[in-house]
Design a protein around this ligand. Structure first.
Ligand SMILES: [Zn+2]
Length: 378
């Protein structure tokens, strides 16, 4: 009996990393299934740290399902948070024919000259996507920075302190609230997003157009009175990151999901905290407030982490939140032949190339892709 106790005591003093290896891996949010443009994709991130916070060099990543390799590369990003430097993130976007049930991750890495191997299985969250109406009204709309593996919305994670998740035996390093966000810009009859020289907010076809409720819901956040950005844009003028969203409305649409409408026109917001809205109700007008280089509506659905954020904290609910995929009930999809957006370069005239598009096709229960052009009814 006495000997047993000694053995147990010894085991307790053996560092865990000796038994299980060094690396800790977590997926900050369940693997999401995105359906857009007749393509199905699985979208998620992997957060990685060494349990002793040492620098890691990743030599090989493999993701497979039922022995079929779905991804094989060595791409990862360093994702520091102040003194916590050796943190890593890998953004995953894999197109699949059929949605896999289980993903096997195999990682080969180097710590201090020693080569290690790591393996972990993760289930796929293949749940029906929430279906909503469009947040904008009649016209032709350009899906700027829409869902795609390469866009800036998808590849943004708000860094937080490393949070240990015992169910995953890994650390969550931040929140990706804009995983499936879309910036809506209206296309004029000339195929451009603006008239004149495009150097004033009022040049933009979307400026001061209506933003509406995508489905029934309750208003849980209103931030107003931030003036539009001047032209040319002067992002460096920002003093507080809390102003990045500009004027903002958050609509709780149930099941823990919030619809975010950002960069709204100051004092155009006609809803109040606690209001119950019906699908299609007027919310506000599109502006250019916050971290914005031209008038547009930033829209996304996300699930705030209510363990970490108060329901009265508007910016907290926007940021400390995980972006989810969704589909729009119906819209017209166009085939884009050509066209190019030129962003601000100083104060000179913008020289975007007009969009040319054809083959209108009515689509239902799908999501646009980055740079799509869609038609929205009244
Ligand atoms: Zn945006």
């Amino acid at each position: 009996m006495k000997k047993m106790k000694q053995i147990l005591l010894l085991l307790c003093f053996v560092p865990i990393y000796c038994i299980y290896g060094q690396i800790k891996m977590a997926t900050p949010f369940p693997v999401q299934v995105y359906n857009g443009n007749n393509v199905t994709s699985i979208v998620y991130e992997i957060h990685l740290v060494d349990s002793l916070k040492r620098p890691v060099e990743f030599l090989d990543f493999t993701i497979s399902s039922e022995k079929k390799i779905l991804l094989h590369d060595t791409i990862y990003e360093n994702f520091p948070k102040k003194a916590d430097k050796n943190r890593y993130i890998k953004y995953i976007w894999i197109n699949v024919d059929t949605v896999p049930k289980l993903l096997t991750h195999k990682i080969k890495y180097n710590i201090g000259g020693e080569i290690y191997k790591f393996s972990k299985d993760i289930e796929v969250n293949d749940v029906p996507l929430v279906s909503i109406g469009l947040p904008v009204k009649n016209g032709i709309w350009y899906m700027e920075d829409g869902p795609s593996p390469k866009n800036s919305h998808r590849n943004f994670t708000q860094a937080t302190k490393s949070q240990y998740d015992s169910t995953q035996n890994g650390y969550k390093l931040g929140y990706s609230n804009q995983r499936f966000a879309i910036d809506f810009s209206k296309v004029g009859e000339d195929g451009l997003l603006y008239k004149n020289k495009g150097i004033q907010n009022s040049d933009y076809y979307c400026y001061q157009t209506d933003v509406i409720a995508v489905t029934d819901g309750i208003v849980v956040g209103v931030k107003d009175s931030i003036p539009d950005m001047p032209h040319p844009p002067a992002i460096e003028e920002f003093k507080k990151p809390t102003d990045y969203t500009g004027n903002l409305v958050l609509l709780d649409i149930g099941n823990g999901i919030i619809a975010s409408y950002a960069h709204l026109l100051a004092y155009s917001i006609k809803v109040h905290l606690g209001d119950t809205l019906k699908k299609g109700d007027f919310i506000a007008k599109i502006g250019n407030s916050g971290n914005s280089t031209g008038p547009h509506l930033h829209f996304h659905l996300s699930k705030p982490d209510y363990f970490k954020v108060e329901r009265t904290d508007i910016i907290g609910m926007f940021i400390v939140s995980e972006g989810i995929p969704y589909v729009f009930d119906d819209y017209i999809e166009y085939n884009v032949i050509s066209g190019k957006i030129i962003d601000y370069e100083g104060i000179t005239e913008l020289k975007s190339e007009p969009f040319i598009y054809n083959q209108p096709k009515q689509v239902r229960s799908t999501m646009p892709y980055d740079k799509d052009i869609i038609g929205v009814k009244e």
